[in-house]
Ligand binder design. Structure first.
Ligand code: DP6
Length: 359
């Protein structure tokens, strides 16, 4: 698989001024992407549930520039305010995708973006944000290139990956695989592909309640964390394990073995954090309340027949995952036993969703 297939040549003069709005969700990895090579190539395959409610909505207006120079021209408003942190991220994104999007320097872009989840929730908005922006750009390209829906999504995922790796898994639902794995024929390192097999009914409308343990900025960004996997003592073992877990979860998602699902998903979450704790420099993103919640979930599972489990991304918040038919009982458990460990009692109820959409 070669990135050159995503290069396009056309005359950007054909594109009139306009605007487009897309919404794109966040996703939660079951087998984690942790460690990357140059050009946003993952060290191991990953798979995620696409979320439904945690979304970024991005309106992109574009107007022809009078004069051209070597710089990109754009303004960004995040939740109604200018955001200084966001500008360099978009600059980096534009630099990485310039070779694939011929019109980037021809237009001035006005990017108005908002998240459905609170900005300071500790929920990473890079997956939803960059997949929404990539979707808008591909909508413009679709005006001049006659792309099929499948081709458009593929290139959108390819571009989103160059913005933030996990963003390439947000374009479609309900499960997306990114990174070459022997268990999935069309999987590759350049873009996400839909999980191609029939998923067991147990996983239909799977629930994800996100417990907001710490809404602060992370001390160590994911990008820095990925880089700390270079020369990490356990890196090779971890990448091998992720490959095996991807193969195993491919079977589990089809056979509906919830006990095996719980064990694999929780092990992935703890391994991710174990990699952080054993990096040089080492660091810890979990908070005391993260551990309190994990212990409560284990105790609840031991006392009931529940299949509730947890996963974590690169932060202190806990994603509580459970089948739809356990919704009433687990929500009751969350309200009575877990909310006390959330900052200001805040949590977000989400579930599996279908990916990005034009607004
Ligand atoms: C722990 O996609 O945020 O959430 O490619 O540097 O932008 P960059 O990293 P990012 O890393 C996400 C890591 C993770 C696991 C996952 O989503 O697979």
């Amino acid at each position: 698989m070669n990135s050159d297939q995503f290069k396009a040549t056309y005359n950007a003069d054909q594109i009139p001024n306009g605007e487009v709005t897309y919404q794109s969700p966040s996703n939660i990895a079951l087998v984690k992407y942790w460690g990357k090579k140059k050009h946003q190539i993952p060290e191991n395959p990953s798979i995620s549930f696409t979320l439904n409610h945690c979304k970024t909505i991005t309106k992109l207006s574009y107007s022809k520039r009078e004069t051209q120079d070597e710089k990109f021209s754009f303004d960004v408003l995040l939740d109604g305010k200018e955001n200084v942190d966001f500008k360099p991220k978009i600059e980096t994104f534009f630099n990485r995708i310039e070779a694939y999007i011929p019109f980037l320097k021809e237009f001035h872009f006005n990017i108005i973006t908002e998240n459905t989840f609170p900005h300071s929730s500790g929920i990473a908005s890079s997956a939803s944000g960059l997949s929404a922006l990539a979707s808008c750009l591909m909508d413009i390209e679709s005006q001049v290139l006659n792309l099929s829906e499948a081709e458009r999504i593929k290139k959108t995922s390819f571009l989103a990956r160059l913005g933030s790796g996990s963003a390439c898994r947000s374009l479609e639902g309900e499960l997306v695989v990114w990174g070459k794995t022997e268990s999935i024929k069309d999987s590759n390192d350049l873009f996400g592909v839909k999980f191609p097999f029939k998923v067991h009914d147990h996983f239909k409308n799977y629930q994800d309640t996100i417990l907001l343990v710490d809404k602060g900025e992370k001390q160590v960004s994911s990008t820095v964390g990925h880089n700390l996997m270079h020369g990490h003592d356990y890196a090779e073992t971890r990448f091998k394990q992720a490959h095996k877990n991807l193969t195993d979860i491919t079977a589990i998602l089809q056979n509906g073995n919830l006990e095996a699902f719980v064990e694999l998903v929780e092990s992935e979450a703890l391994t991710l954090h174990a990699m952080m704790m054993t990096s040089r420099p080492y660091y810890i993103l979990m908070k005391p309340n993260t551990l309190e919640i994990i212990n409560k979930i284990w105790a609840y599972r031991a006392a009931t027949n529940s299949h509730v489990c947890f996963t974590l991304d690169a932060g202190a918040n806990v994603h509580v995952l459970y089948p739809e038919n356990e919704k009433a009982a687990v929500l009751e458990f969350i309200k009575t036993e877990l909310v006390a460990y959330c900052q200001n009692g805040h949590y977000i109820c989400d579930q599996i969703g279908l990916g990005a959409d034009i607004v």
